[in-house]
Design a protein around this ligand. Structure first.
Ligand code: TXA
Ligand code: MG
Length: 360
């Protein structure tokens, strides 16, 4: 993204900094999704996040850090940024950071004893990330402190990927400062890797950066859930609720060529159905489904492009009053794990009656 083309101004960044300094919240762009930021050293400000999102207090927050200011960044530069927050930072961890930060990767470490319980949900670990978005970096640099920032949505709902999405999430907070950094490039939340268990690195949330890519660039093996797995680990990630990232309209996944079967499973579905179709496929065969009005929406057939569009399309369709939204099953392959994960959770939590059952 070209900095010149961003719809933000220095004035907006300064306003945002002032709000943070006064203990307020600010919505910030990152390359993954928009975040709802508070000064990470101000407990009252942090508590406002939980209230505004309606998020349970035991769900830990990610600390966002500025990239060190040095033209020739070295691993020790990053270590000095981490030291106030994390302990037992291994050589492998620094290698991962050096390869992927700033970027869409969150790392979980054993926490420094000064880190507030309000950030960690009372756990002995802390999640850290340095976002790549230039506006987020500028804010962090000028603010001179870290911010904590969950995705800027109400708990359990779809994460926002534009400034307008944030405003739509929080219409009851018209005074919220929203820093507009344009549409998010990645479109789904960061990959989370737990590095707090000695030599064992574990994937907690799939995202744009895959274990294969981490291995390729650093030689570090990241275990996926189901390989080395421990249920306690998943319970620590709020996104690991089965229902999450959910639209209010019922959402289901159909297998390739099985649209009719999928529709017949929902005989109570009335008339208006939105069907996402891979843009690489020819139009749907609608033979035999004349009883419903089907609206086709093309979605990109590449994993990166699909991630970039997923929340946008879900949000837009959710506002259009369809009776049912259908999405094609993502192909197998690690690069699809992040979007498959989000889509499955969105299905499980979708619909007006289900949306409240496990999230609040
Ligand atoms: O891309 C992202 O990560 C975005 C942007 C704004 O940075 N943030 C985001 O935050 O997705 P949130 O709060 O919606 O999700 C953060 C996840 C939660 O599922 C939380 O449980 C997990 O990170 N997390 C935070 N601290 C943790 C810890 N100490 N151990 C394990 N998981 C942790
Ligand atoms: Mg979230």
């Amino acid at each position: 993204m070209l900095e010149d083309s961003l719809p933000y101004s220095n004035i907006a960044v300064n306003d945002a900094i002032q709000a943070l300094q006064q203990g307020g919240l600010v919505a910030i762009p990152t390359e993954t999704v928009y975040g709802l930021a508070a000064d990470a050293t101000n407990i009252e400000a942090i508590q406002k996040i939980y209230v505004m999102k309606n998020r349970p207090a035991n769900h830990p927050l990610i600390v966002h850090l500025a990239e060190p200011e040095n033209n020739n960044l070295t691993e020790p530069d990053w270590l000095s940024v981490l030291t106030p927050w994390a302990r037992d930072v291994s050589e492998e961890a620094l290698r991962i950071i050096f390869a992927f930060w700033p970027g869409p990767l969150t790392l979980v470490f054993k926490k420094d004893r000064h880190v507030f319980n309000e950030i960690t949900g009372g756990q002995d670990t802390v999640a850290l990330r340095s976002p790549a978005h230039p506006v987020a970096q500028e804010l962090l640099r000028k603010f001179g402190k870290a911010v904590v920032a969950p995705s800027a949505n109400r708990f359990g709902k779809i994460s926002p990927t534009s400034a307008a999405d944030v405003r739509n999430e929080f219409t009851n907070y018209p005074d919220l400062v929203v820093l507009d950094g344009g549409d998010c490039d990645i479109g789904i939340e960061s990959t989370i890797v737990d590095l707090s268990n000695g030599d064992c690195a574990t994937l907690l949330r799939p995202g744009a950066i895959t274990p294969a890519e981490i291995f390729k660039r650093t030689g570090v093996v990241v275990n996926k859930p189901g390989v080395v797995f421990d249920n306690q680990l998943t319970a620590r990630v709020s996104g690991s609720f089965r229902a999450h990232y959910a639209p209010t309209t019922p959402l289901r996944i159909y297998s390739p060529g099985r649209l009719l079967d999928c529709l017949s499973e929902y005989p109570d579905i009335k008339t208006r159905v939105a069907v996402a179709v891979w843009d690489s496929d020819s139009s749907l065969n609608q033979d035999g489904i004349s009883y419903v009005q089907i609206n086709e929406v093309l979605v990109p057939a590449g994993s990166v492009e699909f991630a970039n569009r997923l929340y946008r399309v879900l949000r837009d369709l959710d506002q259009q009053q369809w009776d049912l939204i259908l999405f094609p099953e993502p192909p197998s392959g690690e690069e699809w794990d992040g979007v498959r994960d989000r889509l499955q959770r969105a299905c499980f939590g979708s619909g007006p009656s289900l949306s409240s059952h496990s999230n609040n």
